[in-house]
Write a protein that binds this ligand. Structure first.
Ligand code: G3I
Length: 475
């Protein structure tokens, strides 16, 4: 097999496998890395620094001392394994579904959503009092076959509807969503990867982030990718996208660095995290695993120290629990061996977490999606406002129905769609008509609105969304 850009290789067992090949850091390079970490810690004079006096004995507890989480990707099918679940509940305070919230799992046929296994992961996390990272709303892999056969506006609309529906199902329960996964190309171009999603237009990523924000304003919204473990063409392409998003108000809160690593760590791993943090986003290590070898414990320690030294690095997730749970069959890349025993890498991580670092900044809640302002409705009446997430050829509309000074028992919202616009999907309301003059009636669970309270429903359409303020009739 010929050399692949950035040291990627394809495993004969798994054509989509990719692992960064990292040179072993020479002794002086490692010293430089550690020195950099030490300087960063020293410079963070204005924030609390937690030291070894507070040493904790589990990964999650030690990470929590500085406001961070230490998580694992978990599989619903393994939760019945007692050793697996014991380690999970003892050591980790964040979970990520390894496969259960991906598009093929949650929308196996178009418009039919299945959350059984995703909910099992969510419930496991909730039962543990852990954070739940959502993974992943849109990705060129693990798409259901019906989506793979779509293109253009039909695919764009299906993708945005998917984001809206899944983020709405999990609204308020997800700490951070990987909204878009692996959209940049490997190699030296720094460009987007070609994919069916990319071919719907370069704005597909921002459309996805806007739809996710509208659906779940409380979740942190992340872009997630691999082979971004240092300053390189790919990470710089992503950096430029994030900088652009921040400058234009596209809602992005975090960047995930998967960190599927070989036997070394780039000397600028921490500096790369820091340059993203300096753009005003959190950074997270999202899928960490490290090839077994004499240097495994050192690489794990280096990643941990780097995150601890960057105040906006809010947590680390390892991609599995025991070596036998890993997607990297035969590489033994995790913190626990096949029998569930702690490895040397485990101890190196725990020590690095307990060595401390600057605390993470307090979490601030995201602003609610924009709505047009209207005067409060009179007693007994209701009012409706629309916020739009539009892209070329389509839109998602979120409609807020607000009761006046008395409670409302049932409501109907009417509005006019521009010529060329047609509704393709509605949630939390029943519509009459899909073009021109349309109306939406409450469904069984959202007709009652307390005085001054509100409820929301949404719809998706082709063409341009409505521009005029809708009317609302109570009763
Ligand atoms: O569940 C079926 C099973 O019923 C069937 O018998 C078996 C036959 O192959 O396949 C099973 O599904 C497999 C699934 O993992 C669950 O084990 C899929 O074939 C296999 O492709 C899938 O692999 C997942 C891979 O993403 C897919 O691209 C890995 O578990 C998962 O760890 C991996 O995770 C990705 C992240 O999402 C994104 N970053 C890279 C990372 C590693 O590839």
């Amino acid at each position: 097999m010929g050399a692949l850009p950035y040291g990627f290789f394809h495993s004969p067992k798994s054509p989509q496998r990719k692992v960064s090949v990292l040179m072993s850091i020479p002794r002086h390079g490692r010293s430089a890395l550690l020195a950099t970490a030490a300087v960063s810690v020293a410079l963070a004079a204005s924030v609390a620094v937690i030291g070894t006096a507070d040493a904790a004995s589990t990964l999650g507890a030690s990470a929590a001392q500085t406001g961070r989480y230490y998580g694992a990707a978990i599989a619903a099918g393994r939760l019945g394994d007692a050793t697996y679940t014991r380690i999970l509940t003892t050591e980790f305070n964040s979970v990520t579904p390894e496969n259960e919230m991906k598009w093929d799992a949650t929308e196996p046929s178009q418009g039919r959503f299945t959350y059984t296994n995703g909910d099992r992961i969510l419930n496991q996390g909730v039962a543990m009092g852990a954070k739940v990272r959502g993974h992943a709303l849109l990705w060129h892999q693990q798409q259901p076959s019906w989506a793979q056969s779509l293109s253009g506006t039909a695919l764009r609309n299906a993708a945005i509807n998917h984001v809206t529906q899944v983020a709405t199902h999990y609204k308020g329960k997800i700490y951070a969503w990987d909204v878009v996964n692996e959209a940049f190309a490997d190699g030296g171009s720094g460009a987007r990867r070609d994919s069916n999603l990319q071919r719907t237009g370069n704005d597909w990523i921002e459309a996805a982030f806007r739809a996710a924000r509208a659906a779940d304003p409380a979740a942190k919204l992340c872009y997630n990718d691999y082979n971004t473990d240092g300053v390189n063409a790919k990470s710089t392409g992503i950096y430029n996208m994030v900088r652009d998003f921040k400058s234009r108000g596209v809602p992005i809160d975090c960047v995930g660095f998967q960190s599927h690593l070989g036997t070394g760590l780039p000397g600028d791993y921490q500096a790369n995290l820091q340059r993203f943090a300096d753009l005003g986003v959190d950074v997270q290590i999202t899928e960490l695993d490290v090839a077994q070898g004499s240097n495994q414990a050192n690489v794990y320690a280096g990643v941990t120290r780097a995150c601890m030294a960057v105040s906006r690095c809010t947590g680390i997730t390892v991609w599995g629990i025991r070596d036998s749970d890993s997607w990297r069959t035969g590489e033994n890349p995790l913190l626990f061996d096949n029998s569930g025993n702690k490895k040397a890498a485990y101890t190196s991580v725990l020590n690095a977490l307990n060595a401390g670092g600057p605390t993470t900044p307090p979490t601030t809640s995201n602003p609610p999606p924009p709505t047009t302002s209207t005067p409060p409705p009179p007693t007994g009446a209701c009012a409706a406002t629309v916020s739009l997430n539009s892209w070329t050829g389509g839109y998602v509309a979120t409609v807020r129905v607000t009761a006046g000074q008395a409670a409302v028992s049932g409501w109907t919202v009417s509005l006019s769609l521009p010529s060329g616009s047609a509704i393709t999907g509605v949630w939390s309301a029943a519509n009459t008509g899909s073009t021109g003059a349309v109306s939406f009636r409450n469904v069984s669970y959202n007709g009652q609105i307390a005085a001054g309270g509100f409820t929301e429903f949404g719809f998706q359409g082709t063409g341009s969304g409505p521009t005029a303020t809708p009317t609302c009739a109570a009763g």
